[in-house]
Design a protein around this ligand. Structure first.
Ligand SMILES: O=P(O)(O)OC[C@H]1O[C@H](O[C@H]2O[C@H](CO)[C@@H](O)[C@H](O)[C@H]2O)[C@H](O)[C@@H](O)[C@@H]1O
Ligand SMILES: O=c1ccn([C@@H]2O[C@H](COP(=O)(O)OP(=O)(O)O)[C@@H](O)[C@H]2O)c(=O)[nH]1
Length: 786
């Protein structure tokens, strides 16, 4: 299959432009891992859209720069007057510190509303400018891949413009715990926009989990193992740990120029062991902590003084921000102090360089390094660690790696992992690394080298793109879900009138109730009421001897009794755990051997929160418990639900076989496997037995507004599964008897599964709302007794 063209959108272009004349420009490579990583994207026809690193105000400048950049496959975004407030302000002074757990900078605490608001306005404007440029260059079929926290509003702008655009968003930084993220005033807008993308990617499972949590707590949406479900739209959330281009580093470190550098540097360092640090001079990289740990090491290991040195490449970055100036001063202070304390006439222990270095020199340094010291306080990934491993030569060096870098998860096995805040621990790790045996170094290197070689940038990009293409192509909609179609009403009615033994399975909440606002969905409260316009029609529908109607709901028995007691139909309460024909008594359908020991513990926690959350209530039943906060204050209810889940996981359900379902305004705990689909077999068996059916069921209409876990009911009757249904045993009878193989006679055209208000579903068809159900049932009634 031909690969689509890729539009990469990121704040920075891979090159930073400098004006050298009215119409001429020179370029240097932009710093940072994002650029390094994306340069490895070789397999795609790519256009890179981003800021060229310079303000250009005149038309000639813009034109000539655009032409020059076009030769490099780059398209400039001119941010002009919003740049400072956007990039230095909102991106790097608000989002960056919050995403890296540093919290809101102090200046915002005094001047919060004014500064914050104007910077957020600039952020919106800048995202709009990015959007305008993408719109101008977009061609049908392109994939737009948005990168990082700088463009969180872009997915929404793109999708609003063209809902068919394939849009991905990848975050290169950590996504913080929802406790930290919650402090961001624009938290909801940013999440909502990101969720409009088709695929959202993170470096680690932790970051993805934090994101899912934030979406659930802040937006009240449902998180599933595949991502976020909101109003029928599924946003896939997945983990794609980035890599490097290993061959580039391996090959470069073999160049003769690089080998020369290696010799020269070794000579310059006078036989001392080399500890290397390579970081942008960023507040998150923990450079002052690194210096203090090295100081501690020298303090406690006098025998190493004069025999080991620390070379720190501190690549300049974000110079327009006060905090970055401060961190530079702090580093200089420590270097001066430590060199004064442990230096000699012939050498100093620390060399700190405020500059970037040439790529060949960097590879030479990586190759001769004895210990690479990475002390990031937080880091999305940290590519320097991988680059070091790729360049290692004969005598292998040791990687000391912060456990707070995303790389810790991938390279931890071959590294010494440290908490960079623990100066003593890092100091000990330095000692351990310097004294490590040759064999142990080889062993560790081998593990990491294998990983780095096989997890390249190309692989990372391929994985992300393939996933994005897969989920945006209708054939793969929802991993195995067929594309959902509008209900062919004419066929539904025609088949209905032709059939002799019909089964109608209807949900209650959202199916037979009046349409509700999204926020009100999925909480089966006591106030649930049958749609007033359905009362008569349903009666008529149920009166036809050729039609069997089952209401299959999460609701309790008493709610179904109250609403449907007077109709001639089957009621399946609590997802089919309890069943009765309205003319008979409730029977329990709880499967044998179901472990329900967890119920009391969960009930205890639910009661605790019910008492402390005005308006919330508890629905208890034999095999499931629901805490519903639809009538509570929405924000408070969500916060309480989050705390409640923590209590539950830590206590009563930590070892129990239960499923936890976080609805829009409810938390449900039930025994594993209690789904509508799993109940269907038992329900069908009971009905067939009870009715002593003479002719097979030749028409099934299943309509619901169900949670994802319950969608198995839609596939239960799929023709290819008919065999399974045919061999049902009637579990309702005292002496189970095999149901005849003629129970169901379904072909493609007499089976209709219908989801309300959802197009990403396992159902074949969708209807917009329960108002459509009312109309449909009305029409079916006119064909009763036909
Ligand atoms: O462009 P700057 O503002 O100077 O910053 C440079 C980049 O810093 C961040 O890089 C992150 O991406 C790396 C690759 O995924 C990852 O290894 C690292 O941990 C991150 O910090 C930032 O996310 C980029 O947008 C910047 O371009
Ligand atoms: O003088 C230098 C030294 C290093 N790097 C590169 O900067 C990137 C840093 O990426 P990392 O993921 O470690 O951290 P980030 O800076 O993106 O936060 C690496 O690819 C380095 O090779 C650079 O551009 N100039």
């Amino acid at each position: 299959m031909a690969r689509p063209r890729l539009l990469v959108v990121s704040m920075s272009l891979p090159v930073t432009a400098k004006r050298t004349g009215e119409e001429s420009w020179s370029f240097t490579m932009s710093p940072g891992g994002l650029v390094s990583a994306l340069l490895g994207l070789k397999e795609f026809e790519t256009k890179w859209i981003g800021w060229p690193g310079v303000d250009v105000h005149d038309a000639i400048g813009k034109k000539t720069l655009s032409i020059t950049l076009a030769e490099k496959g780059c398209i400039p975004v001119f941010l002009e007057e919003v740049c400072d407030q956007y990039y230095n302000g909102y991106c790097n002074n608000i989002l960056w510190p919050i995403f890296h757990y540093l919290g809101t900078p102090p200046e915002y605490r005094n001047d919060a509303t004014i500064t914050y608001q104007s910077q957020y306005e600039a952020y919106k404007k800048a995202n709009q400018i990015f959007f305008d440029v993408v719109k101008e260059h977009y061609e049908e079929g392109d994939v737009v891949w948005c990168h990082d926290y700088h463009v969180m509003l872009l997915p929404q702008y793109l999708k609003e413009y063209n809902s068919k655009m394939k849009v991905g968003w990848f975050l290169h930084t950590p996504f913080p715990s929802s406790e930290m993220y919650k402090t961001l005033p624009s938290r909801s807008d940013l999440l909502r926009s990101v969720l409009t993308a088709d695929l959202v990617g993170f470096h680690t499972y932790d970051f993805a989990r934090h994101f899912l949590n934030a979406c659930m707590c802040i937006l009240g949406v449902e998180a599933t193992s595949e991502g976020i479900v909101d109003q029928g739209k599924v946003t896939r959330v997945a983990v794609f740990p980035i890599g490097i281009e290993p061959e580039r580093f391996i090959n470069t470190s073999e160049l003769s120029e690089v080998v020369q550098y290696m010799k020269k540097f070794k000579n310059d360092f006078g036989g001392r062991k080399l500890i290397l640090g390579v970081d942008r001079l960023d507040t998150i990289k923990g450079i002052p902590q690194k210096y203090q740990a090295f100081e501690k090491f020298l303090e406690e290991n006098a025998e190493w003084r004069g025999k080991v040195m620390l070379l720190q490449i501190a690549v300049p970055t974000r110079n327009g921000i006060g905090e970055y100036q401060k961190i530079k001063d702090q580093c200089h202070y420590h270097v001066g102090r430590i060199n004064g304390r442990f230096g000699s006439i012939s050498s100093v222990p620390i060399i700190h360089l405020d500059c970037s270095i040439d790529f060949n020199q960097l590879c030479a340094l990586y190759a001769i390094t004895d210990v690479l010291l990475v002390t990031s306080l937080r880091d999305g990934m940290n590519l320097v660690s991988s680059e070091f491993i790729a360049c290692q030569k004969a005598e292998k060096g040791v990687l000391i790696l912060s456990e707070f870098a995303g790389a810790g998860q991938s390279l931890g096995a071959g590294a010494i992992l440290v908490n960079p805040w623990n100066i003593k621990e890092v100091s000990s790790a330095i000692g351990e690394a310097l004294n490590m045996s040759h064999e142990e170094k080889e062993r560790k290197h081998k593990i990491n080298f294998q990983y780095v070689k096989t997890h390249s940038t190309q692989q990372w990009a391929d994985d992300f793109m393939n996933k994005l293409i897969e989920i945006t192509t209708s054939a793969e909609l929802g991993a195995g879900l067929a594309a959902t179609l509008e209900l062919p009403e004419h066929d539904v009615i025609q088949q209905y009138s032709k059939s002799n033994n019909r089964l109608l399975i209807l949900g209650f909440y959202g199916t037979l109730t009046q349409p509700m606002k999204n926020q009100e969905r999925r909480g089966d409260g006591m106030n649930l009421e049958l749609h007033p316009q359905l009362k008569e029609r349903l009666k008529e529908l149920c009166s036809d001897p050729k039609t069997t109607v089952v209401v299959l709901s999460r609701s309790e028995k008493c709610i179904l009794d109250k609403n449907f007691g007077e109709y001639n139909m089957w009621l399946a309460a609590e997802n089919g755990m309890f069943l009765r024909h309205t003319s008979g008594e409730w029977v329990t359908r709880i499967p044998e051997h179901m472990n329900l020991e967890w119920i009391d513990g969960v009930k205890h926690v639910f009661k605790y929160f019910t008492e402390r959350t005005p308006g919330s209530y508890l629905e208890t039943s034999e095999a499931s418990l629901v805490w519903n906060y639809e009538n509570a204050d929405a924000e408070f209810g969500r916060a309480q639900a989050r705390d409640m889940l923590q209590h539950l996981w830590a206590g009563p359900i930590s070892n129990a076989s239960v499923d936890v379902v976080r609805g829009g305004q409810s938390v449900e705990v039930h025994a594993v496997g209690v789904t509508k689909g799993s109940a269907m077999e038992r329900i069908l068996g009971e009905i067939v037995h009870n009715k002593s059916m003479a002719t097979p069921i030749d028409y099934v209409l299943c309509i619901g507004c169900f949670l994802g876990k319950d969608e198995d009911v839609y596939t239960f009757f799929e023709p290819e599964l008919t065999k399974k249904a045919k061999s049902l045993s009637s579990s309702g009878s005292d002496s189970p008897k095999k149901v005849s193989s003629t129970i169901v006679d379904l072909k493609g055209e007499n089976y209709f599964s219908v989801a309300i208000g959802q197009t990403h579903t396992k159902a074949r068809y969708f209807l917009d709302s329960s108002d459509d159900v009312v109309k449909l049932i009305g029409k079916l009634c006119t064909h009763n007794n036909a």
